[in-house]
Ligand binder design. Structure first.
Ligand code: NDP
Length: 495
């Protein structure tokens, strides 16, 4: 434990209650000291240049790959998710680190841009410079993949990072930071501060140049308010209530399998998890049968054969229970599971039909292995109902028609849509990831994710003198020539 900190807390295995690790509670003083150290590291890291940073980031990726099982085991213990799901999470993080490391220079490095006829004598150069110190605040449901979606891109853009992981999963971020330090021992380019909400609040209110927040919408509001003090910009990746649409000509078998995975994997604790399903009338009965049939064989547990693990955050069990109770009280029918499926720390699969659109099970983020299925008359109606949510993170469409699916995908409100698959975009590092409305704003991943952690710098260099319009020595002739040119360039009528 460092000199600034005396208190500590434990992270627990949510399935067994066993202690997984003990971590310091970093207060404001410790957080400020970490930010101060990061400031020096950021200057050093930025000065290293693209090539040296790329080599180091690829070596961090290599170290993570070689430690895949060790990291996955810790994810499994801190979250309770099956070891294979934890391994997949590490694979996703590796893929993103690799992409960010390789593409940063191409996306952010200096390039010449057209200067336009009126400024033909100016050479115009655009580059994206690092912001300095980025604070990353992460959730517990994907304790490696989610923060690395910000950390990897922020580091690749030339920033240093101070990360505050969730109090439920402090060990994973700490282990990753140790790995980074072993590859880059010279400067603390990634530091982890642990603790509770107050530690996150200290980071958000500290002297950082940006906050990358992933977590719930109510906490995002608090973080934004803290950031407002210093005008610190923020990218907010918040919750979701993602819809899954099944069109009349869809492969119903494949749709049911995908919807089930999207809803139940990780015990439904996925920001882009499937929570609402809209199925076109003609295939509704078949879809529901297939979905229920496959759901009945799923089983939560901590053993190797379990389909998914416990609810990581004990407080979430009450929310899940409330949503199921509310759905049933309002006339919903549970065809798999029901109110009795909540058996702390597990929740068995729950499939609900005929749930009114205004019930909490349809409007609020449930974050559990539950799903509501709704009958609609057309793809059009499905899109309209899917869009009637304050959340708008992602969604999925199963359809046999490429053009109908593309058209609907474009109109689905939210940052990402998968066609004939579920959550496929998360594994494509070149695609940006982020929400709309209560699901947040800004983008991580992809070129936009790199630019999120950089600021555009525009430079012009005059190559020769031309019309001298921005001088007190400008002549009437210069002005007349300029106006003539503008008229020629922009004055015509377009059809
Ligand atoms: P929370 O909002 O509870 O917490 C997120 C992080 O913020 C945690 O590290 C938490 O610390 C910290 N925090 C809490 N209070 C404050 C504060 N006042 N100031 C600064 N930081 C604070 O979310 P969860 O951890 O419960 O994560 C689940 C949520 O995350 C869901 O809504 C889910 O949809 C969303 N999510 C979104 C993703 C996306 O990419 N859009 C991806 C993954 C999850 P502590 O845990 O110590 O309280």
């Amino acid at each position: 434990m460092d000199a600034e900190t005396t208190e500590s807390f434990q992270s627990l295995d949510p399935a067994t209650g066993e202690i997984v690790g003990e971590h310091p509670v970093h207060g404001k003083e410790a957080v400020d000291a970490a930010i101060e150290r990061a400031r020096g590291a950021a200057a050093w890291w930025a000065d290293l240049g693209w090539k040296e940073r790329r080599i180091r980031l690829l070596n961090i990726k290599g170290a993570l790959t070689r430690s895949l099982n060790r990291v996955a085991t810790l994810i499994h213990r801190e979250t309770g998710k099956p070891i294979e799901d934890a391994q997949l999470e590490v694979v996703l993080a590796i893929t993103h680190l690799d992409w960010a490391a390789r593409k940063a220079e191409k996306v952010l490095g200096p390039r010449r841009v057209p200067s336009g006829l009126l400024s033909v004598n100016q050479k115009a150069i655009l580059e994206y410079q690092p912001l300095g110190v980025v604070g990353v605040i992460g959730p517990w449901n994907y304790p490696l993949f989610t923060p690395v979606g910000s950390i990897g891109y922020a580091l690749a853009a030339g920033n240093a990072v101070v990360c505050k992981p969730s109090e439920y999963t402090p060990g994973v971020a700490t282990l990753f930071a140790e790995m980074v330090a072993s590859v880059v021992p010279e400067q603390p380019i990634l530091q982890v501060v642990t603790g509770f909400g107050e530690t996150g609040a200290a980071l958000a209110g500290g002297a950082v140049d940006k906050i990358a927040f992933t977590g719930s919408t109510p906490t995002a509001r608090k973080v934004m308010a803290a950031c407002a003090e210093r005008l610190t910009p923020i990218v907010a990746e918040c919750g979701g209530k993602d819809a899954f649409i099944v069109d009349a000509d869809a492969d119903v078998e494949a749709a049911a399998e995908a919807a089930l995975w999207g809803a139940m994997s990780n015990a439904g604790q996925t920001c882009t998890g499937v929570e609402r399903v809209y199925v076109v009338d003609s295939v509704y009965e078949t879809f529901v049968d297939r979905l229920a049939e496959q759901a009945r064989v799923l089983r939560p547990g901590e053993d190797r054969g379990a389909s998914y693990g416990p609810i990581t955050m004990p407080g979430q069990l009450d929310i899940i229970k409330r949503h199921i109770d509310d759905a049933v009280a309002q006339g919903g029918r549970a065809i798999v599971g029901g109110p009795a499926s909540v058996k702390e720390p597990y929740v068995e699969p729950v499939i609900l039909l005929d749930v009114p659109e205004d019930s909490s099970a349809v409007c609020e983020e449930t974050f559990g292995p539950t799903i509501t299925v709704h009958r609609v008359q057309s793809l059009e109606e499905a899109v309209t109902r899917a869009n009637a949510s304050r959340y708008a993170l992602a969604g999925a469409i199963f359809s046999g028609s490429r053009s109908a699916a593309m058209n609907a995908a474009r109109r689905l409100r939210g940052g990402m849509t998968s066609i004939n698959a579920v959550i496929a975009f998360a594994a494509v590092p070149s695609l940006p990831f982020g929400g709309v409305g209560d699901s947040g704003f800004g983008r991580i991943h992809g070129a936009d994710g790199l630019r999120e952690f950089a600021r555009a710098k525009s430079i012009t260099r005059q190559r020769f003198s031309a019309m001298n319009l921005t001088s007190f020595k400008r002549t009437d002739k210069d002005m007349a020539r300029a106006l003539q040119l503008v008229n020629l360039l922009h004055g015509r009528r377009y059809k």
